[in-house]
Design a protein around this ligand. Structure first.
Ligand code: K2U
Ligand code: ZN
Length: 170
């Protein structure tokens, strides 16, 4: 398995829409495995293919705690088929926006349909951190970052900080 480089904002690739996949074949299955290894190494609890520069509609998630067994979820062509009217606000971070955080409001409960690593169509209900993470990752597949849900003032402050960080690390 391979740890893939995570793209850091600002980067035009992070603003692009990902393309649906035809089927979960050996190539997509290997991508899911590499994305999981990359996510665990980061560490994070979610990762979208867009963040490793691959514009395919694939995300991986694992919200299990360190002391628990891993419970990875691999999603191809994920789509939210229902969202609750009730919303919840939570602090979000992002592996592509290191050390930046913001309070983001999203639907509290969702139903998501996706193709799993075994090419099976799955319908799943989610709430809490899992629902937040799924919505965060599906935003990535649309070229949307959590800062796009903030005011332009806050978004520009974060982007200016990240531009300075990238210059320092170049
Ligand atoms: O997409 C990513 O960059 C992965 C995020 C997923 C995430 C963002 C906000 C809220 C939940 C999940 C990273 O895992 S951010 C790191 C992190 C780690 C633990 C809890 C929350 C965020
Ligand atoms: Zn993210």
């Amino acid at each position: 398995m391979t740890v893939l480089p995570i793209i850091i904002a600002p980067d035009p690739i992070l603003k692009k829409k990902a393309i649906p996949i035809q089927t979960v074949d050996s190539e997509i299955s290997q991508l899911m495995k590499d994305m999981l290894e990359t996510m665990y190494m980061a560490p994070g609890i979610g990762l979208a293919a867009t963040q490793v520069g691959i514009l395919k509609r694939v995300v991986v998630i694992d919200i299990s705690k360190k002391e628990q067994l891993n419970e990875p979820i691999c999603m191809a062509n994920p789509e939210i088929v229902w969202s609750s009217e009730e919303e919840v606000t939570a602090e979000e971070g992002c592996l592509s926006l290191p050390q930046q955080y913001g309070e983001i409001t999203r639907p509290e409960r969702i139903k998501v349909r996706y193709i799993n690593e075994n090419n099976q169509t799955i319908n799943k209900e989610a709430s809490g951190l899992l629902a937040t993470c799924i919505q965060h990752e599906l935003d990535h597949l649309q070229g949307i970052l959590f800062i796009d849900h903030l005011s332009s003032l806050k978004r520009n402050i974060i982007l200016r900080r990240l531009k300075k960080l990238k210059k320092l690390n170049a």
